[in-house]
Design a protein around this ligand. Sequence first.
Ligand code: PMP
Length: 381
Amino acid sequence: MISKRASQFTSFIVMDVMAKVEELERRGEHIIHMEVGEPDFPTPKVIADEAIDALSRNKTRYTHALGLLELRQAICDFYQKEHGVTITPDQVLVSTGTSPVLLFAMLAMLDSGDEVIVSNPRYPCYQNFILAAGGAMKEIRTYPEEGFQYRPEDIKKNLSPRTKAILINSPCNPTGIVMTKDQLREIARFDGPYILSDEIYSGLSYDGKAHSILEFTDRAFVINGFSKLYAMTGWRLGYLIFPKAFSAVMQKIHQNFMISANGFIQWAGIAALTKAGDDVARMVQIYDERRRYMLARLKDMGFVIHVEPTGAFYVLADGRKFFTDSYREAFRITEEAKVGVTPGVDFGSGGEGFLRFSYATSMENITEGLNRLERYLKSKR
Ligand code: PMP
């Protein structure tokens, strides 16, 4: 029998869209991928070379449970340089992606029935991490006209003695919105619960820097990783920064459940943080060109962009003038227009009527994909 808990896990709809796309491709159809949330760039050579070098030096063993000290120090140096905050290596856990550290953060802070505040819409996996740790998600509706940001008074209304954390994500998947300093400061003022800040798209911002919650409070857990900024999704490398008091428990959790992250890949992680700056700058510039182009085209077609997204590589576009059921529409666009897109409802009821477009694909693909979409929309009028 499948456990009650496991049967409550929700599916990640974008993966269903990708499965549909694959099925069409197997039949010989040519599909443009605007549903995927992973960089189309190859991993920068300086990073790959470091992994090869580490392999040739037999860096193929377990490492310290929290991660290689050299990598954890490099992460501390990175947060110092980027955000002016001082953290120490005993506050860092390196694991195989940010996904596992999200689970470990929940395991470390939640007792059965404890609550985590999340926005609606949001990254769809969050609720399942909370559920896996026996916690409960407390959803707060956010609105497109306000850049899908929490209203502090709504947070206040939803706080209870069981609230353990408020989850934020800036730059955000799916909205592409970057929180301002003032918005972060307002969230940091809630000094009861921890702030759980998913900063995996940090560095991918196109109108000034994205700030870290650590600039405003140290009652925070920060999730970050290498998948997006360094085009390293398949390498599986991410990390968690946590308050010092959690050091021993984090070490215990990781020893038991993972032992350690991959040795030679952690060496490559050091190269990413210290040597890949030029590669990142080049990718950021290209993403920004794509972003501007995509926004202009989507607006021209009649999609509404309430607040301009300036981060990550997504646009969450309001298509309520064309459709109401984003799930049905996303599959129809995939099948008829041959363009993969993600339905807004994947991110919660607050995303209904929206579609998420990813610009982590070439300008050529974006142009062709948007041409197809435009033709499709015209044919429906
Ligand atoms: N958080 C957000 C907001 C994401 O979009 C993703 C990847 N789609 C992750 C976390 C997980 O990333 P990874 O496990 O590859 O580090």
